[in-house]
Structure formats: C-alpha cells, structure tokens
Design a protein around this ligand. Structure first.
Ligand SMILES: CC(C)(COP(=O)(O)OP(=O)(O)OC[C@H]1O[C@@H](n2cnc3c(N)ncnc32)[C@H](O)[C@@H]1OP(=O)(O)O)[C@@H](O)C(=O)NCCC(=O)NCCS
Length: 174
C-alpha cells in the first residue's frame, strides 16, 4: 500500500465507491458525490492523496484553503462566530474536506497516514474539519492528532446526522 498524490478528477468514481462503502451512501448519494468530487477537483489549492493497493484506491483524503465562502462555509460560519472562532475561515486555514478509508482496509493506519500526508503538504497554520458526532473512530483519530472540538453538535441544513467542528494547529501531533 502506498500513499501518493491523487488525481481527484480522474478518481471521482473510485473515490465515490470508497465513500459509499465507508459511509453506506445510497446510490443517489453516490452519484451526487461523483459530481461533487469532479467539482472539487477544480478547486484552487487542492491537496489530494490516495492510498493505493496497486491500481486499487483503498482510501483518500483531500483539502483546500478556507475562505472561499462555499456552501459548507456559509453553514459553519454562524457556528464558529457564536464561539468567537470565525477567524478559522481564512486562507491560512486548511479545510479538510474528505477522509475515507474502505472498511476492508481500516485499522491499519491508512486514515492517519492520509490526513498527515495532506496536512504536511500544506503551508496552512491550522486545519478545520466537520465530523459526524456518531463517527467515534474518526473523532478518536482526530483527537490523537491534536484536533479539539470547536463547537457543539449541529445539523447541516437542518437534516441529520449531527456534526461538530474540530480544529488543530499545524503541524499535526504525531
Ligand atoms: C475515520 C477513518 C477514515 C479512519 O480510517 P483508518 O484507516 O481505520 O484509520 P487508522 O487505521 O489510522 O486509525 C483507526 C484505528 O486503527 C488503529 N490502528 C492503526 N494501525 C493499526 C494496526 N496496524 N493494527 C491495529 N490497529 C491499528 C488506530 O490506533 C485507530 O484505533 P482507535 O480507533 O481505537 O483510535 C475510517 O474509519 C472511515 O473511513 N470511517 C468512515 C468515514 C468517516 O467517518 N470519515 C471521516 C469523515 S469526517
């Protein structure tokens, strides 16, 4: 297994397959994800890494600089502002957008290797992400890397599941 740069546009289908297996997405959500990944592939400052088992994508992680006033940022801004943390939405913050490892390949250190590879490749001074409250494995991983909870749980667009925001200073803790 190797961690290497990921061409997100070319790998949009494979990445959606990994996310579908990791999160149990519906077929409709899987199709929507392909489109989102293809769009995110054009984002300025994108940093994407994949975990490759030969040609097979086992996991992936990508991020880009914050401050683009995207739908995600418009959702999280009031949450951050309410705790005096709106300054996290600036280009010196890396917005960790996706991290997923196929269930067949979890618990082997790939999640940790992917997120640290992406963050190490960025000059950003801090990293921001949203995590599902129920994703215990992800929250444990993030906490071990130095992430702290910035907000209480909230809903994106009023729809479950609950998420919370976590932030860490760079470089991530090892
Ligand atoms: C969160 C996620 C990315 C973690 O991926 P992963 O590859 O399993 O992560 P790691 O292997 O680095 O760490 C996970 C656990 O495996 C353990 N581990 C790592 N290497 C190991 C090894 N060689 N042997 C045994 N255990 C190991 C870690 O200590 C960690 O243990 P913990 O959960 O008790 O803290 C993965 O669970 C996932 O895709 N979940 C579903 C989607 C999701 O929640 N994504 C995050 C969205 S914010």
């Amino acid at each position: 297994m190797i961690i290497a740069p990921l061409d997100l546009a070319a790998a949009a289908y494979a990445a959606a397959d990994v996310m579908t297996a990791a999160f149990g997405l519906t077929p409709a959500e899987q199709l929507q994800r392909r489109d989102i990944f293809a769009e995110h592939a054009r984002h300025p400052g994108l940093i994407a890494r994949g975990a490759f088992d030969g040609p097979h994508l086992a996991g992936f992680c990508y991020a880009f600089p914050a401050g683009d006033r995207s739908w995600w940022e418009r959702q999280v801004h009031p949450r951050l502002a309410s705790v005096g943390a709106a300054s996290w939405l600036s280009p010196t913050t890396l917005e960790l957008t996706e991290l997923h490892v196929h269930p067949h390949h979890q618990h082997r250190g790939l999640g940790r290797a992917l997120i640290t590879a992406v963050c190490d490749a960025s000059p950003a001074t801090r990293v921001l992400l949203s995590v599902r409250v129920e994703s215990a494995a992800a929250r444990r991983l993030y906490t071990s890397l130095g992430f702290e909870e910035l907000t209480t749980p909230f809903l994106f667009g009023g729809t479950p599941p609950f998420y919370l925001l976590m932030g860490a200073q760079q470089p991530l803790r090892r």
